[in-house]
Design a protein around this ligand. Structure first.
Ligand code: G3P
Ligand code: MG
Length: 365
């Protein structure tokens, strides 16, 4: 049992259903001025399980020709793979990559910006493949902590499960400096990643680093307390719902740990460039996806359906018109429909996705 109303966990459907008009886009002639953006975990799925009624709710949106896209702070896989995973979890067809905005999707343009520069990629699952799909030179200019530690094991003198990419000696005399650290996704070995990222950020003495200091970016100078590489993080979620009854730590918690390890030396907090919900960049990108799908941008209402007040509701509320936040009770928020989040009150609170969709259809009808 996992929701307030007593919905029971159920396993993945084995019957695949095809949405009516799955491949058809809505033409400008009969364009809906209502659109929906769906959070995934805690709304459509919970961990590896579909939320009851989710597939039917999406079918209702299709039927009514309401354009919808997914905006999740999850990632670690390509947009295409995430769309396929979602189809398989829900037992449906017709959700393509063009409906999928992941936490790291806004990193795509960074591949061009850092094309000739060395960057450190952080993240488990398929992070290397994702970065490659965005155009990063993975394994060479875009390296992982595992590649660094393979070449320089003294950096992290503990047991490591290495990736398959070749070792890279980032301290070699002719090695380019690490200009940026890009946190794509939750890393699997926090201890090693925390060590490597702090090493990249700080200017240590030549003696300590055994040659060229690790990660001295072109903007850095030798000295203490200087952050010498850009730090980008794609997911500020401190907690997320997942399958366990109590929310789990997210990538935002990893960044907090990083700040904690950086602080004791009397330094100013690390400057982090962030994307992911609740940041405006994500909501702008979601609107762009919707416009492409609907073939217009003349929306009267864009409903954001989410379970996390600090991410989904805050982001939609800050985006202003035509966004409206709808909070559901199947994930992080457990306050029930009679209540609302204190810090980030939603425009409307609904029990679950099916209820949220029905109320949207009523409002737009
Ligand atoms: O790692 C995923 C998690 O932080 C949140 O996912 O779909 O609720 O934005 P979602
Ligand atoms: Mg969520």
């Amino acid at each position: 049992m996992w929701t307030r109303s007593g919905h029971v966990r159920h396993s993945v459907h084995c019957v695949r259903r095809v949405f009516p008009g799955a491949t058809r886009q809505i033409g400008a002639r009969n364009a809906s001025r209502t659109a929906v953006v769906l959070d995934i975990d805690g709304v459509v799925t919970r961990g590896a399980t579909a939320v009851p009624g989710a597939a039917e709710a999406l079918r209702r949106l299709r039927q009514q020709q309401i354009p919808f896209v997914f905006m999740t702070n999850g990632g670690g896989v390509t947009e295409k793979k995430k769309a396929e995973e979602l189809c398989s979890l829900l037992g449906v067809d017709g959700i393509d990559a063009d409906r999928m905005l992941l936490s790291h999707t806004p990193f795509r343009p960074l591949a061009e910006r850092f094309r000739e520069k060395r960057v450190l990629l952080v993240g488990s699952k398929d992070t290397a493949e994702v970065a490659e799909s965005y155009g990063f030179d993975v394994g060479n200019m875009a390296v992982t902590s595992s590649q660094i530690v393979k070449a320089l094991p003294e950096i992290y003198p503990w047991p490591v499960t290495h990736c398959t990419l070749p070792p890279v000696d980032v301290n070699a005399a002719d090695a380019p400096p690490i200009e940026a650290v890009l946190i794509f996704y939750w890393p699997s070995d926090w201890a090693m990643e925390l060590q490597a990222v702090v090493d990249d950020m700080q200017v240590v003495s030549d003696v300590l680093a055994g040659g060229r200091p690790l990660g001295v970016g072109t903007t850095g100078t030798n000295g203490t307390g200087v952050q010498c590489a850009e730090l980008w993080s794609s997911n500020p979620d401190f907690l997320w719902q997942a399958g366990y009854p109590v929310p789990r730590f997210g990538t935002g918690a990893f960044v907090e740990c990083l700040q904690a390890l950086w602080k004791p030396f009397g330094r100013s907090p690390l400057e982090v460039q962030e994307c992911g919900k609740p940041y405006a960049v994500q909501f702008q990108a979601a609107r762009k996806l919707l416009s492409q799908l609907a073939q217009h941008d003349d929306f009267e209402r864009i409903y954001m359906i989410g379970d996390n007040p600090a991410a989904d509701v805050r982001g939609a509320n800050s985006a202003g018109d035509p966004w409206r936040s709808i909070l559901v009770c199947t994930g992080v928020y457990q306050g029930g429909v009679g209540s609302n989040d204190k810090e980030d009150p939603a425009w409307r609170v609904e029990e679950n996705l099916p209820d949220a969709v029905e109320s949207i259809l009523r409002m737009s009808g």
